[in-house]
Every structure is written in C-alpha cells, then in structure tokens.
Design a binder for this molecule. Structure first.
Ligand code: PLP
Length: 352
C-alpha cells in the first residue's frame, strides 16, 4: 500500500536527514542551568531573526502562548482574541486555569481583527467589569484557513493598544508562512508586538519545539513560568539542534507549501457542495466548508482515509488540509481525486 498523503497538519513532518545528523552531533548540557550550548545558540539565533533582545526554547506552542499570557496579564483580567483562535479554542481553557483570565472573543472576517472591531471590547478600571489585560493576535490564523494580517492592520492594533497601555501578544505559530506571503521578514511583521511565539515543529519541520521571543525582562520572567509548567528541559540540545536546522532552512521552502495549497484550493473550488474559505488560499492551510455535500467533515475524513488521504475534521462543517514538506504536488493531486470520489456520490444524492 502506498504511504498515506497526510494533510491533517504541518505538525506531522518528520525530521529531515540534516536534522537527524545535527541531533546526533549536538553538543549538550543541562539547559535548566543554562549550560546547553545548542539551546543557547537556538535562542540567540531566534532572537536575532525576530529582532528581539531574547528568546526562550519551549516544548510546545501552547506552552509558549500560556507563558506569555501569564507574564503579560494579572488574575481577573480579560484577554481579547479572535473567537476561533488557538489560545482560546485549542489550549484547554488554560488562560483561565493557569492565569485566572477570561477570554473576550471577537468574531472577525477570516480571523483578522481590526482595531475598530476590538476597541469597543476594551475595558478599563471599573467596579463592574473585568479589566482588559492583553490583546492576542494569531498570524497566520489557523482555523480560518491560514489567513494573514496585513502589516498595517497588526501594526495599528499594536500602536493603539500601547496608547491604551495594553500589551499585545502574537501567536505566530506560522509567522514565517505569513512573512513569505507578505514578502517581508518575520521581524518586520512582528516588531511592534510585546511578545512573539513561533513553532519550529510546524512548517519549518522540526520534530519538537517552539520559541517565545521578547525583551530580556519578559524572557527572564518567561523562563521562570516555563519551569512552573514543568517545561525546564535538560539536555534539550538534541531538540534544539533540529530546531536550528528548521529555523535556518525551513522558511526558504515554505513558498512550495503555499503553491501546493493554492493548487488544492483551485482544484477544489468548483467541486459541488464544497466552499473554500477564504476565497483565496494565502498560505499552507485550506479550509473547506463541506455543508453542501450533505456529509459531515468527519464522514468525509473517514472516506478519504479509506483512500489513503488524511485530512482533519475541525467541526461538522469544516474539513482542513495543510500542506508541508512531506507532501508534494503529486500527493495533492491524489488528494483532489480522493475527495472527488469521497463526496461525488453524496452530492448527487442531495441534489435529487
Ligand atoms: C499549532 C499551533 C499552536 C501550538 O501548538 P502546539 O501543538 O502546542 O505546539 C499555537 N497556535 C496556533 C495558531 C497553532 O496552529
């Protein structure tokens, strides 16, 4: 049987031969004592690339986001975020459980909030309302189909938030995808944020790890919170070594993933019963609204799996496909054929 075309997520990538070699040869030490030279090198390089004073290597993007929320807010505050954002919808209510914060979710077209949309939700000192403690943006926005914030929109939110004395965090799990789409550097598109996290383990291809970046003062605090969460790793240089390869090499080939996602988007756009949101696939995520097929996303995912194509059912209506370096154009072509086979008969049934 051929190997499955795995479009569930860009987290499924396996380490490249270059990563495995770097891991095998990594110089290591105890990172809790700050003695792992490879982790130190990764953190220095990540800070440099993002144009920040400092960076912290963490086991997951979830941990990075939750550390940022803890450091930047206080108990009893609200965090303004998009309704479908990862920090709210995919992180186990951790902003409440760990930081004592409540989300103030906003629904924004394609997940891209604007200052105008969120300004009315900001609350100051009051004897009735929880005060806003933080604004968090996600770029690219995962659940809305890898959509990208125009730079002026995210810059504007940061500027105005800072005027209101509010910090802004960037969940930049896929910031390098956003940078490729915008044709700008990751540093340029994120310089106004107070903290930025990005994943090494998504499209960049590392097996494990994310990085949190910000001022030295912020990262000093973040390091303590990481330890609270049990995220202090020891000879983590074996992971950081793969992370360094991912960081240096990964961004250079993300455009290929974008081209493949675009191909999927174009090929599926005129399939009966399927609607692609947003209209234009910007990065490496294709989100399909399958309501018109008469099948749930989970049913379609099951039929695809029977044809050796894996996709994620994000809700009954939404099927997600994510491109990455372990899926080539031929794989995407196979996925299109499989989807046609999977939903074709169902659509005809509902039309009659
Ligand atoms: C993947 C992802 C994260 C972090 O996920 P982990 O699995 O915890 O590394 C955070 N935000 C977004 C938008 C993501 O897609």
């Amino acid at each position: 049987m051929a190997q499955a075309i795995d479009l569930r997520s860009d987290t499924v990538t396996r380490p490249t031969p270059a990563m495995r070699k770097a891991m095998a040869q990594a110089e290591v030490g105890d990172d809790v004592y700050r003695e792992d030279p490879t982790v130190n090198r990764l953190e220095d390089r990540a800070a440099e690339i993002l144009g920040r004073e400092a960076a912290l290597f963490v086991p997951s993007g979830t941990m990075a986001n939750q550390i940022a929320i803890r450091v930047l807010t206080d108990l009893g505050r609200e965090v303004i975020c998009e309704e479908r954002s990862h920090i709210l919808a995919y992180e186990m209510a951790m902003m409440a459980a760990f930081s004592g914060c409540l989300a103030r979710p906003i629904r924004a077209l394609d997940g891209v909030m604007t200052w105008t949309a969120l300004a009315g939700e900001i609350r100051g000192r009051s004897i009735h309302h929880a005060r806003t403690g933080l604004i968090s943006l996600e770029n690219t926005s995962n659940l809305t189909g890898g959509t990208v914030y125009p730079i002026h929109v995210s810059d504007d939110i940061c500027d105005r938030a800072h005027e209101a004395h509010l910090p802004v965090h960037l969940d930049g799990a896929r910031i390098f995808n956003a940078a490729v789409y915008l044709g700008r550097s990751a540093a340029e598109i994120s310089q106004k944020f107070d903290s930025v996290m990005f994943c090494l383990s998504k499209g960049l291809g590392a097996p494990v790890g994310s990085v949190l970046t910000g001022s030295q003062e912020f990262i000093d605090e973040a390091r303590i919170v990481r330890k609270m969460l049990g995220g202090g790793m020891r000879q983590a240089g074996v992971l950081a070594a793969a992370g360094l390869v991912a960081l240096e090499e990964g961004p250079k080939r993300l455009h290929v993933d974008h081209e493949n996602a675009s191909f999927l988007g174009d090929a599926l756009a005129d399939m009966p019963g399927i609607r692609i949101a947003p209209a234009k696939v910007m990065t490496n995520i294709v989100v399909l609204d399958v309501t018109g097929t008469g099948l749930t996303a989970a049913e379609i995912a099951k039929r695809l799996a029977a044809r050796d194509v894996l996709a994620s059912a994000m809700s009954p209506a939404i099927l997600r496909m994510v491109t990455h370096y372990d899926v080539d154009r031929a794989g995407c072509e196979r996925a299109v054929v499989a989807l046609k086979e999977a939903v074709g008969p169902a659509v005809r049934r509902t039309v009659h």
